[in-house]
Design a protein around this ligand. Sequence first.
Ligand SMILES: [Fe+2]
Length: 354
Amino acid sequence: MTNVLGLGLTHFPLLATDDAHMANAIRMTLRDPDIPADHKDPANWSPLAREEWGDDDGVSAAAGHRSRLLDGLGRCRKELDEFRPDVLLVWGDDQYENFREEVIPSFCVLAYQDSVVEAFKVLNMLNLPNAWDVSPDETFTMSCDQELAKEITAGVLANGVDVAYSYEKRKEMPFPHAFANTQVFLDWDNVGKRFPYPIVPLAVNCYGEHVIARRGGFARFAEINTGEVLDPPGPSPQRCYEFGRAVAKTVRERGERVALVASSSWSHAFLNDKAWHLWPDTASDRRFYEAMVAGDHDVWLSATGKEIIRDGQHEMLNWFCLLGAVSELGLRLEWSDFVETEVFNSNKAFAVFK
Ligand SMILES: [Fe+2]
């Protein structure tokens, strides 16, 4: 008998700011001088993009996007509280945060002790207000069960995936936002301060060939088009699926009640070079979503790493881990939602597997 709940959710950083700034990613992209003017002209945009952009550059539409995301996060929190996990194991990307030029592990268990996390350090670095209108210096504690994290690491190694581990976060950087935002978003009303469950972060090198080349984020087309120096690729989608299976086997061999969580949005506009960083690849996201709903993992397993990068779906590697785990444990999709957007950078998916 395995006590496992599977969840998929978003850690969209701009959800943590106010409506006036939620469309900041596309506003930054529109300032890239190397994007052709006709692509920047709203007259040539899709109906959804024009509707979201409106006459106030996306400010009014932000409330609707926020409410869809908070609905999905609220559903995930409700499932967690009904399930009462002993621990959450969260797959998330490291965007040039903990891991930089010294070492880029494909997979790394962050086997920390309890961490005091600065809730808005990333927003503060971007000079953005927070959505709660509380102090920018707000902190919360992420309880990280170090002994359990070490045992999970040992189990995954025994189950055939050579995962790395770390005991200390990089000192000068904020706590990696994929994990920090997961706690804040799942405990929205308390800004992460009263989240009752420990988290063991499982970092995945989702950014692969762009992790150092683009410092985990935006690049201008001037840099891309003048001979961008790429890094080696990240782990393949199939290997991420195998990592998920190894984590699932480990969890099955133990007795805890565990929530396995994939934390990330899907295709990101700022990574979708073929759409001039303006739009996510919604057609490709839909295809994955429909396959997930149908329980058809062949569509997922036939994806190549190059296709994932081409379509700006870098962070979906976290979801490949989750789907591997789900398949290993025979969990079924009980509920899901797919939130499409054009101007809020990325499509977002939510999923509950039982
Ligand atoms: Fe991310």
